[in-house]
Design a protein around this ligand. Structure first.
Ligand code: URA
Length: 239
């Protein structure tokens, strides 16, 4: 349920304030009845008319893509490279990614046309948890893990406490697998954090965004989020 003036604004009728004016002027009907009081909550199933012309509420869509390497996570790329949106040729609505993954990072990325949810999910206030697995050069040790957990300085910024653990150490290839869970989303954060403790990232994948994983999705495959998953995401950033 959303407030009538907000739904009107989302449908492109007018700004929220101008929509309130239309309501006060008695020009708005909900399910055939004129509504003049402010703050009425409406759902997708309600019919809204302005000057007796029905408005179409834009359907909100939510997708999870298992992003492959070599794909840019913006809606368009001036250099003409493949973007995450290119995986959705059957979706007519304009959707965009929630936050970013680097060109060479794989894993969970959400796409939607819900601007309000996108803003909240990407806002540092809410600190949505993201879990990454990195293959790094070198044999990582407990000291580096502790440092990562406490926070490291990258670009004059001290990272928030994080969770880190060693998944594997391979003395033959002199590489390690590290899992890192962070609540922020600074540019190239994971790569910079690992670099700052002396372990350059060779490969990076996002295993989890909040409670969402790529389970059941091959690289390049996507699925629509279930209703309960959307509700759970909204609850995470509820204020
Ligand atoms: N941190 C990075 O360094 N790269 C990503 O793509 C995501 C997080």
């Amino acid at each position: 349920m959303e407030r009538l003036q907000k739904v009107m604004a989302h449908a492109g009728i007018a700004s929220r304030r101008a929509s309130e004016k239309l309501i006060k002027e008695g020009r708005v009907k909900v399910n055939g009845e004129v509504v003049t009081e402010m703050g009425l909550n409406v759902s997708k199933n309600d019919t809204i008319e302005v000057d007796s012309i029905p408005i179409t509420q834009e359907q909100t869509l939510y997708f999870l893509l298992n992003k492959p390497r070599g794909v840019i996570s913006s809606a368009v790329d001036p250099k003409g490279r493949k973007t995450v949106v290119d995986f959705f040729p059957s979706v007519e609505q304009r959707i965009y990614p929630v936050g970013r993954l680097d060109y060479d990072t794989t894993g969970v990325i959400l796409l939607t046309n819900d601007g309000e949810l996108t803003n909240k999910l990407t806002h540092p206030t809410y600190g949505v948890e993201k879990t990454y697995v990195a293959k790094v050069t070198g044999l990582i040790d407990k000291k580096a893990i502790k440092t990562l957990e406490k926070g490291v300085v990258i670009d004059d910024y001290k990272t928030q406490p994080a969770k880190a653990r060693i998944l594997d150490i391979n003395p033959t290839s002199k590489t390690s697998l590290v899992e890192l869970t962070i609540h922020e989303g600074k540019n190239h954060q994971v790569k910079k954090m690992l670099m700052s403790v002396g372990f350059p990232v060779e490969k990076l994948t996002r295993e989890k965004y909040a409670f969402l994983t790529t389970d059941g999705l091959q690289s390049g495959e996507w699925r629509e989020l279930k209703g309960f998953e959307v509700s759970k995401l909204k609850l995470l950033v509820d204020d």
